[in-house]
Design a protein around this ligand. Structure first.
Ligand code: SF4
Length: 503
């Protein structure tokens, strides 16, 4: 679908308009100006004074077929960026409306294309806006449906009951530790995950760098008296290293980090069942790891094979029981909706198998075609369900989790996600992952250590976010970890200086 945009000269509109077009059409192209080759034309009339007034007319062959108007007050703001955001949202409002009319598709998330919808609602709670008024605003400003507003509210309530001090944790930090190795690489994966027996730099030298980072950052936290809220080992698959290597790593954590006994939660992703052994489970218990993830993704063997996960369904179930027997009492399992070749029958089967295990939490992802994955590069090889079927599976997950006592406690969206839906973390009450809430709601700094680890520094006073990424591949990491650690400590010094401490 080629869409000609008339009446909006500012180039900053192009990307948001493209993102919204992507919600409706498999392939779409935004063309600025009155282009001959366009399939449809959308003419905008925009006026910005004390109010923002915008109208859009959608035309096919120069005949008007749909029109929309919207007006809102221009709120006072200190920055041009914020000002433009208000205008952009108003434009998106009428643009979405005419595209919905044209296609008959209702976008349940309205004009939102960002990753963290619940943050919007948290902000309103923090500003003291009453619930009903907040919901009205979300509906009027962003065209979010009642169904999704209800989901957001349920999640925000749950988060605040699990972490009552969520809004005052800026003085603490969480730590993410990235281990970039996996037994093999899955087809949909864009994480830093290198085959552990591959040639991408040795595990030994990587771990050397990681121990260094943990020592340095730990010493800084101790010196400044900054506490750690949660620690999360992700990757890759952190259990793809040996039991001895894991043992030394957790020992390092206890030696270097401040007050580890009082960290609220330590999670280790053991995503790939083929990496779990009795020895590694022993090590996890020895160091009081609170929570692990064992990820089936699907309980259909052919699917696992098609996506390059070299383990069996039986192995997932066996390793789950092994972890239970070793005393792990907070286990998360991930499922993915819309894997190649899967529809309602396969997903129903996955839920039935989950019922036999009843993990403490279940994260339901919707397949996303990330640009760099093997799957996206060879899209024609992987047949996936259509929008309606993906929605049906999502509904099945909602009903199944509610029937089995799980509550939704975090959600995030991705670009190019099937059916423009979301990923939702469900959990049995009081088994929620605190780290997942912290990373989604961006209320505190998360320091990333290791390969591909993204740090997110949040100014404790202004809330401004600074991103910082460690290199993704082990070779580059091994060459540069000292410089990266130093840079992070400089940012931390500024953020946690006395002048910047919240009242
Ligand atoms: S196990 Fe996870 S991190 Fe590893 S390749 Fe598969 S999807 Fe990527």
């Amino acid at each position: 679908m080629r869409i000609s945009i008339i009446g909006l000269e500012d180039e900053r509109f192009n990307r948001p308009l493209q993102l919204i077009a992507n919600l409706f059409f498999e392939e779409s192209k935004i063309i600025t100006g009155n282009a001959e080759e366009a399939d449809i034309r959308i003419e905008f009339h925009l006026q910005v004074q004390e109010n923002i007034s915008v109208s859009a007319e959608l035309k096919e062959n120069f005949d008007k077929i749909f029109a929309a108007e919207y007006q809102r007050e221009m709120l006072p703001t200190g920055s041009e960026k914020e000002r433009f955001k208000q205008i952009k949202n108003a434009v998106a409002h009428v643009y979405l409306t005419v595209l919905q009319d044209l296609t008959g598709i209702t976008q349940k998330w309205g004009i939102l294309t960002g990753v963290r919808p619940t943050k919007l609602l948290h902000r309103k709670v923090q500003e003291g806006i009453p619930i009903d008024a907040a919901h009205q605003q979300l509906k009027a400003d962003y065209l979010i449906t009642d169904e999704k507003i209800e989901l957001m509210q349920q999640i925000v309530n749950r988060q605040l009951s699990v972490i009552p001090d969520l809004y005052s944790l800026q003085k603490e930090v969480s730590i993410y530790i990235g281990i970039p190795f996996c037994p093999t690489k899955c087809a949909y994966c864009t994480f830093p995950a290198y085959a552990i027996n591959g040639r991408q730099g040795s595990v030994d030298s990587f771990l050397g760098g990681l121990h260094y980072e943990m020592k340095k950052i730990g010493a800084w936290l101790k010196e400044k008296g900054v506490r750690i809220t949660t620690v999360y080992y992700g990757g890759g698959t952190p259990t793809s290293i040996t039991a001895e290597e894991m043992d030394m790593l957790y020992e390092e954590m206890y030696m270097s980090f401040p007050d580890v006994e009082n960290i609220r939660e330590i999670t280790v992703e053991a995503g790939r069942p083929d990496t779990i052994t009795p020895e590694k489970l022993e090590v996890l218990k020895k160091w009081n790891i609170d929570r692990i993830s064992i990820n089936p993704q699907s309980y259909t063997q052919e699917t696992l094979k098609a996506i390059g996960r070299h383990h069996t369904v039986t192995e997932t179930i066996e390793k789950y029981h092994l972890a239970r027997a070793s005393g792990m009492n907070n286990i998360n399992m991930d499922l993915i909706i819309g894997l190649p070749g899967e529809g309602v029958p396969e997903f129903t089967h996955s839920l039935a198998e989950t019922e036999k295990l009843m993990p403490e939490s279940l994260t339901v992802h919707t397949l996303s075609f990330k640009r760099a994955s093997e799957m996206t590069k060879n899209k024609e090889k992987y047949k996936v369900a259509d929008r309606d079927e993906v929605e049906k599976m999502m509904e099945l997950a909602e009903v199944w989790t509610a029937d089995h006592g799980y509550v939704p406690y975090y959600l995030y969206r991705q670009k190019n996600i099937l059916g423009n839906l979301e990923n939702v973390g469900y959990s049995l009450p009081n088994q929620e992952s605190i780290y997942n809430i912290m990373i989604m709601e961006e209320q505190q700094t998360i320091i990333g250590l290791g390969c591909g680890a993204a740090s997110k520094f949040i100014d404790p006073v202004t809330g401004k976010i600074t991103h910082f990424a460690n290199p993704k591949d082990p070779k580059t990491y091994n060459d540069s970890f000292e410089a990266y650690t130093e840079e992070k400590m400089q940012i931390l010094n500024e953020l946690f200086s006395e002048k910047n401490s919240p009242a």
